[in-house]
Design a protein around this ligand. Structure first.
Ligand SMILES: Nc1ncnc2c1ncn2[C@@H]1O[C@H](COP(=O)(O)OP(=O)(O)O)[C@@H](O)[C@H]1O
Ligand SMILES: [Mg+2]
Length: 353
């Protein structure tokens, strides 16, 4: 919810080539509306439709930047892969919902749009998430067991092992709780470079309570999660018993950072102890303190995806360009080994130019 990341990619070669990139911040008002739409509220249908249209106007603007920066014309672009904004994710009950307006995006850009990437996998009994492991496998496979870790609002991990099916799952919160706590205490949308967390010390008993009072962490993969679970209510309920102890706010921030790191380290330890290196992407890579704690906690080298040729902030956008490419080529990118679906599925739905 921090912004729109867009890439123009050439996928005609074995290794995807980044042609241009653009990022637009999410206007504060729209971000507030999406946050509010994540929860039960009044007049949700109208508000969701209007917010989706507004989001897509940002998408169209990002596409204009990409065309201007690359010197290309709309008619030269095969398709736009547009994910939309997730406001509900509950695959156990058979649904996941991304607000999007693909017809409007096709109308504004005159480029074909491929959208709605998650629902077919959910319909086939899968988690509908994470969807990026197929792309991670294409872009980052190597001769040894490797993990690719995305630190967005939620953390998801892809496990690559030569000769084996790709696996992947969400590990829990990456930045979502750090952002919430930072906003509450400093008014800042995030703890820049984790400086505030670094000024505090994790509270062991609180960390223990956060990790052990959440059954979701104990579930085996396939699994996925979102703000439906890890939100303000979740945090408040778990902090409540600690309020009499008056924990310092920066110590709580340090504890939340440790929660992110601990749950990632445990997932790797439990499900891929053979991992020889970890490549990290997503906004969390900008959080120096988080990255330092992660490198200390993991038993193998940790590097940014930029070291493997793709800027950390552009991996997700490139993954959705790749998913659009997969749709165009009839390539089933919904992977049962990741999502637990009954069979591979062709992801997305096309809105012609
Ligand atoms: N300079 C920074 N310092 C600390 N955290 C940052 C910084 N830049 C980005 N982030 C974190 O990255 C998040 C956005 O990451 P992103 O990969 O875009 O996630 P999502 O896919 O959920 O939008 C922000 O909410 C913030 O927590
Ligand atoms: Mg983002």
């Amino acid at each position: 919810m921090d912004g729109v990341d867009a890439v123009l990619a050439d996928l005609s070669t074995a290794v995807p080539r980044l042609v241009a990139q653009a990022s637009l911040p999410m206007p504060a008002k729209l971000k507030r509306e999406f946050l509010s739409l994540n929860d039960v509220g009044s007049n949700e249908l109208t508000r969701a439709s209007l917010a989706a249209n507004e989001l897509v106007r940002l998408y169209a603007q990002a596409c204009e930047h990409l065309l201007a920066r690359s010197g290309m014309k709309a008619t030269q672009i095969t398709a736009i892969g547009a994910h939309g904004q997730t406001v509900r994710h509950d695959p156990a009950n058979g649904y996941t919902l991304q607000l999007n307006a693909p017809a409007l995006l096709a109308e504004l850009t005159r480029i074909a749009v491929i959208a709605d990437f998650r629902t077919r996998d959910v319909a086939a009994g899968g988690q509908g998430a994470p969807l990026v492991p197929g792309f991670h496998a294409a872009a980052f496979h190597c001769g040894h067991p490797r993990a690719v870790l995305n630190l967005g609002g939620i953390a998801n991990i892809t496990l690559l092992r030569p000769g084996h099916d790709v696996r992947g799952f969400d590990t829990g919160p990456a930045n979502v709780l750090l952002d919430l706590w930072s906003q509450r205490h400093s008014g800042q949308p995030y703890d820049s470079q984790g400086r505030w967390a670094a000024s505090g010390k994790p509270i062991p008993r609180l960390l223990d309570a956060l990790v052990h009072n959440e059954p979701w962490f104990l579930l085996p993969p396939p699994k996925s999660t979102g703000r439906d679970l890890f939100n303000e209510k979740w945090l408040n309920e778990r902090l409540e018993p600690f309020t009499p102890l008056q924990p310092k706010a920066n110590d709580v921030q340090a504890t939340l950072q440790s929660l992110t790191v601990t749950t990632i380290a445990k997932a790797l330890h439990d499900w891929a102890p053979e991992t020889e290196d970890v490549l990290v992407c997503g906004g969390g890579t900008q959080n120096t303190s988080l990255m330092r704690e992660l490198a200390d906690a993991l038993p193998c080298p940790v590097a940014a995806t930029s070291d493997a040729g793709i800027p950390t902030q552009m991996v997700e956008a490139l993954a959705f360009a790749w998913l659009a490419w997969a749709h165009e080529h009839g390539h089933a990118a919904g992977l049962p080994s990741v999502t637990g679906a009954r069979h591979p599925t062709l992801l997305g739905c096309k809105y012609p130019a």
